[in-house]
Write a protein that binds this ligand. Structure first.
Ligand code: NAP
Length: 348
């Protein structure tokens, strides 16, 4: 039996295209002492992957041409020589876009999953995985949100933004989502419960639109996109406001030409705090976040939005769709499994 891998065929120019990726076959690695062989089940498509495709270090090593694409997955342990893990366990960790991966104690984000029977396994790659945890940690640890505050969230219909929108509402905040289409705006208000949503592509001057939507100003800005949206948000911040630097996706497709940020004086004038974070620095906060998110999902108070693409060969296409802003919710690739590999999943 062979392992299929999605590898980097060429460095993307701008938005990644399906043709930037290739599907190749190779042998399945044998796990040695301290390692386990895992069967990947769901891949979480991450904006951060874009930064590894340009051949430059970007808080992780770049992915070389011909190298397998790195990405977090939910996987099942096939064979384990790692203490604490057994065949059949479900895990999460940073692996590669492939059928089978090797995992060990140094695998980034490695954790054992105990999925609940009534919760889809895919949620552990998104809403109850990194996206939900990022939203929760960002709002609480960095943004220090308080009931009654006004929270502005960009890419509010995306994986992280849709969770952040609902968490901020559940914490009693007034929430404004910024999105790239009217369809997303409707979803953010009607399904996710935001108080207002702005389509940055059609609203005219964004700072004016934010001020009109929330004349009281913004206390916390959860920034997923950077660029011109960050500029506009800075102009609308209240004194002692907090800017949560979660990501700057608007610059990821052209990292050599980042958008200038003109409104930095607002940091002084409004005595703002602007702080970036990476989820993996806050792993000690994840258990509490996970427990709370489970409670909300079980109670039907949070809707987990998913956009699932079937099959490893379609991973490059799915990633292209995500990075051109065409998708809603968490983007996942569900692996095409053989019948004997799906059987244990039915036990979930
Ligand atoms: N700090 C951390 O630990 C951490 C962890 C996970 C993710 N993140 C960050 O969170 C952000 C969102 O990631 P995600 O995985 O949740 O992706 P996502 O929001 O599900 O998908 C990407 C969305 O970004 C928006 N977007 C794309 N290009 C844009 C542009 N040029 N200008 C403005 N918006 C654009 C699009 O929404 P619209 O149509 O609404 O524009 C698109 O649907 C990223 O910046 C990512 O790096 C950070």
């Amino acid at each position: 039996m062979l392992n299929r891998q999605v590898v980097l065929k060429r460095h993307p120019q701008g938005i990644p295209l399906p043709e930037d990726f290739d599907l190749v076959e190779c042998s399945i690695a044998q796990p040695s002492e301290g390692q386990m062989l895992v069967r990947n089940l769901f891949f979480s498509l991450e904006a951060a992957i874009r930064g590894w495709l340009d051949g430059k270090a970007n808080y992780f090593e770049p992915i070389p041409l011909g190298g397998a694409i790195r990405g977090p997955s939910v996987a099942r342990v096939v064979e384990s020589h790692l203490a604490g893990f057994e065949a059949g366990d479900l895990i999460f960790g940073l692996h590669h876009w492939e059928d089978y991966s090797l995992s060990d104690a140094n695998t980034v984000l490695l954790s054992k999953l105990s999925p609940e029977p009534d919760i889809p396994l895919s949620y552990y790659s998104g809403g109850l995985g990194g996206s939900g945890h990022t939203a929760y940690v960002g709002l609480h640890e960095i943004g220090k949100i308080k009931m009654g505050e006004t929270v502005l969230i960009s890419a509010a219909a995306g994986a992280t933004g849709s969770m952040a929108t609902q968490i901020a509402k559940l914490r009693g905040c007034n929430v404004v989502g910024i999105v790239g289409s009217d369809e997303k705006a409707e979803l953010v208000t009607k399904t996710l419960g935001a108080d207002a949503a702005l389509n940055y592509k059609t609203c005219g001057d964004l700072a004016t639109a934010i001020s009109q939507a929330r004349p009281e100003g913004v206390d916390v800005y959860f920034d997923n996109v950077g660029g011109t949206t960050l500029n506009a948000a800075l102009a609308c911040m209240n004194t002692f406001g907090r800017v949560i630097g979660c990501g700057m996706i608007s610059d990821y497709n052209d990292q050599d030409n980042p958008t200038p940020i003109y409104n930095m004086w607002k940091l002084v004038e409004k005595e703002l705090t602007m702080r970036g974070f990476l989820l993996y620095t806050y792993m000690d906060k994840v258990p509490a976040a996970s427990e709370q998110l489970h409670d909300w999902v079980r109670a039907g108070e949070i809707t987990v939005l998913e956009n699932i693409t079937e099959g490893l060969p379609n991973a490059g296409w799915a990633y292209s769709e995500m990075m051109r802003g065409a998708t809603i919710g968490k983007n996942l690739v569900a692996m095409d499994l053989r019948a004997d590999e799906t059987a244990p999943l039915k036990m979930q």
